[in-house]
Every structure is written in structure tokens, then in C-alpha cells.
Ligand binder design. Structure first.
Ligand SMILES: Cc1cc2nc3c(=O)[nH]c(=O)nc-3n(C[C@H](O)[C@H](O)[C@H](O)COP(=O)(O)OP(=O)(O)OC[C@H]3O[C@@H](n4cnc5c(N)ncnc54)[C@H](O)[C@@H]3O)c2cc1C
Length: 378
């Protein structure tokens, strides 16, 4: 049992806690990051590393334009090769309704200067040689989207916190948040270690609701299970993240450096809860779906298969906000996009916490919003 002080305590050692902790520390705050297990133990270590600005919510597009700019410079900022690669994202439209929804999305995205267009079936086949284009009407194509390595980015930020005289403590589960007179005062871990602080950030990912309760704050974040697989490495043959939104579709990308394919699909119906058992259904279905899109993958072998959580809010958009408890902040509910949001939301939340406002206004992600503006490209 020990006692310590911090200018800010961050709860959670995933990408969101790591990035926000880093930008807080870079602003001169003494940061203590507390992680219940080990870095990337939650959703971050289970994600497939995709990064895109093709969304429909205005604020999300702005956040992602900023994040992509930051990803391009993160090697230098963190002193780590984060494996950023701009291979693009290609969203495929197999029916007229989907095509129209992509066209509407593109109209919004272009307002913010995103280099995105709806391309023909022939152009899709040029970008993805070997694509099975049966029934394809075309696709939404953005060449500036890309991929990076979630572990390298997260560890890069955590090392950065330490460089700015912060601490990253693992196997430290926060069990209590002490609030006196409506203000946060300290957090206490399972080992009885207490850290006195005026600022606590809830970056607990799929467990953000539980951590909110510790401070008496309702944080509506519910986990649902998503599975993923990685194949053996083969010769490079796919540049973009390929997204097929059909109910029996999938999305996958080839790692530009190693040649592994990594991908997942959204189960129908969704599988709510914290259960992370990997299913027989996924390991049967996913390779079939991948081969349907790219028949040349038929002989590529699957190496591993796992499950992780998306962290869902009622409208599918993040919560990045202060709360009714002074000094208690939330950055959680990232749906399936927390890795790509990490750099920008980390920087913007740090600004909100330290300066009281951020260079991109996060008001539409506040905790007490009406939850009416849903994201269409989840
Ligand atoms: C299969 C899959 C594929 C995905 N693909 C992508 C993708 O391509 N691109 C993308 O951007 N996103 C993707 N995501 C989503 C992304 O992984 C998440 O949105 C993101 O990792 C969330 O980060 P986080 O830091 O909020 O949460 P987490 O990474 O879950 O971190 C939260 C941490 O808090 C810790 N914690 C919880 N409670 C406590 C406590 N009481 N005390 C101390 N610590 C605590 C946990 O141990 C955990 O390490 C994917 C997710 C999955 C499951």
C-alpha cells in the first residue's frame, strides 16, 4: 500500500488512455496511468489497425482528418516506427441503396476536403486485382486512409508518458474513486494504493460504464463481441482495407510490411456482453467470406483467431467529455474505431482537460447529449 499524488490519473492502458496521458504529460502535467492488466490487454490489442476518415458524422470526419495528419507524423513524435501506411479504404457497394448511402456520405466528406470518390466496378478491380466483382456497382474510395500497428502506437505513447516524468503502472485495478463535495479527490487500487489528484480520466474502454459507477457517473457504454483472424504471410497483393457491408460481408487488409491478412466482420445479430470466447461460426464463415471477395486467397492459411469488444454508445459515437463530477472526465465508447481516433482524441481531450476547451470542439461528443445523430459508416 502506498500513497502518491498526480496532476492527472488516467484509468486504462489502451490506445485512448495512452494517447491522452501522453498529451497531458506533454503539456506538463504529472500523469499516473493505472492499468488493471497490461497495456493493450483490452480492445486495443485485438483490433486490426485500420485508419480512415470515411465517416458521416461531421465531428468524426474532422477528428479523423486530424488523426491521420498525426499518424503521418507519429514516428517522429514518438521515436517509434508505428508502421503507418496509406493503402486506402475501399467500401464496396453491391446494391443501389448502399451506393446511394455512399454517395451521400461522400458529399459530406468532401465538404471537409477529404479526397474521396465513388469509383466504377472497373476501377475497383484495378485497385484490387483479382477482386470478385460479381454484382458490384462500384465503391467509395479514399486513398489517404490507411493502417498502422496498434501495439507500437500504444507503447510509443506509454513510453512518451514516462519521458515526460509520468508513471505507467500495470496490474493496478482502480476499485474506488473518492469524490468529496462534487469533486474528484483520489483513486484507490485493488492493492490499496491511493493517488491524490484533481483530475481522473476514465479511459477504461469496454469497462467504462463500471469505472463511471465508481465516481457515481452513468457512462452508457456497452461492449459487444467482434472476432478477427490473421492469416499466414504471403506476397503482397492487396493495398487497401476492403470493406463489404453486406449482411454476410467482411472487411480485411493485408499488412503492408509483413504480408499477413487481418480482418473481421460484424456479426448479425450482435453479441452483447464481455464474453470473449472465439466462435466456430466465425472461423468457418470469415475465410469463406474473404475468399468470396478475393478468390486467390483460397490457399492462404489462417494462423490465429480471437475476439474483442467494440464499445458502443447509444448513437455509436464516442463520449469525450467532462461529467457532473468536477475533475472526472470520460473518453470512451469508441465503437470499432478507437485506435484510429486515438491520436486526435488524445490531444483534444488533453486540451479540454487542461485549457477547458479543445481546438476541435468536442461538444457533440458530450455525455449529456440526446444520442440522436448516429454514425452511418460504423
Ligand atoms: C476485432 C476488432 C477489430 C477492430 N478494428 C479496429 C480498427 O481497424 N481500427 C480502429 O480504429 N479500431 C478498431 N477496433 C476498435 C478498437 O480496438 C477500440 O475502439 C479501441 O482499442 C478502444 O481503446 P480504449 O483505450 O478505449 O480501450 P481498451 O483498449 O479496451 O483499453 C481499456 C483498458 O482499461 C483497462 N481497465 C478497465 N477497467 C480498469 C480499472 N478499473 N482499472 C484499471 N484499468 C482498467 C483494461 O484492462 C484495458 O486495458 C477493433 C476492435 C475489435 C475488437
Amino acid at each position: 500500500m502506498s500513497r502518491g499524488t498526480a496532476d492527472a490519473v488516467v484509468i486504462g492502458g489502451g490506445i485512448i488512455g495512452a494517447a491522452t496521458g501522453y498529451y497531458l504529460a506533454r503539456q506538463g502535467l504529472k500523469v499516473v496511468l493505472l492499468e488493471r492488466a497490461f497495456p493493450c490487454a483490452g480492445s486495443t490489442g485485438r483490433c486490426i489497425g485500420g485508419i480512415r476518415a470515411q465517416f458521416t458524422h461531421d465531428l468524426t470526419i474532422r477528428v479523423m482528418l486530424e488523426s491521420i495528419k498525426m499518424f503521418q507524423e507519429l514516428d517522429e513524435e514518438l521515436g517509434v516506427d508505428i508502421e503507418w501506411y496509406a493503402g486506402g479504404y475501399l467500401f464496396l457497394a453491391f446494391d443501389e441503396q448502399r451506393k446511394q448511402s455512399f454517395l451521400q456520405a461522400i458529399e459530406i466528406q468532401k465538404r471537409y476536403g477529404l479526397k474521396v470518390e465513388f469509383i466504377s466496378k472497373e476501377e475497383c478491380c484495378r485497385i484490387v486485382p483479382g477482386l470478385n466483382a460479381e454484382g458490384l456497382l462500384g465503391g467509395a474510395w479514399c486513398p489517404t486512409d490507411g493502417q498502422a500497428n496498434p501495439f507500437k502506437v500504444t507503447y510509443g505513447y506509454l513510453e512518451g508518458i514516462k519521458r515526460f516524468r509520468g508513471e505507467v503502472l500495470v496490474c493496478q485495478e482502480v476499485k474506488r474513486i473518492n469524490v468529496i463535495g462534487g469533486k474528484v479527490v483520489s483513486v484507490v487500487t485493488a492493492d490499496g494504493n491511493e493517488f491524490f489528484t484533481p483530475v481522473v480520466l476514465n479511459a477504461a474502454g469496454p469497462w467504462a460504464e463500471d469505472v463511471g459507477k465508481l465516481a457515481g457517473v452513468d457512462v452508457p457504454v456497452k461492449p459487444d463481441r467482434h472476432e478477427a483472424l490473421v492469416t499466414e504471410a504471403v506476397e503482397r497483393c492487396l493495398e487497401p482495407m476492403l470493406v463489404d457491408y453486406r449482411p454476410d460481408g467482411c472487411y480485411f487488409v493485408q499488412h503492408y510490411g509483413t504480408g499477413h491478412f487481418i480482418g473481421c466482420y460484424t456479426p448479425v445479430p450482435i453479441v452483447p456482453g464481455h464474453n470473449l470466447d472465439a466462435s466456430d461460426e466465425f472461423i468457418t464463415e470469415m475465410p469463406r467470406r474473404m475468399v468470396r471477395l478475393l478468390p486467390k486467397l483460397a490457399l492462404v492459411k489462417v494462423l490465429r483467431h480471437w475476439a474483442g469488444s467494440y464499445e458502443m454508445t447509444p448513437d455509436g459515437n464516442p463520449i469525450c467529455s467532462g461529467t457532473p463530477v468536477e475533475g472526472f472526465y470520460v473518453s470512451a465508447g469508441m465503437s470499432g474505431h478507437g485506435f484510429m481516433f486515438g491520436p486526435a482524441l488524445g490531444k483534444l481531450m488533453a486540451e479540454l482537460i487542461v485549457q477547458g476547451r479543445s481546438t476541435i470542439d468536442l461538444n457533440e461528443f458530450r455525455l449529456d447529449r440526446p444520442w440522436t445523430k448516429a454514425e452511418a459508416m460504423k
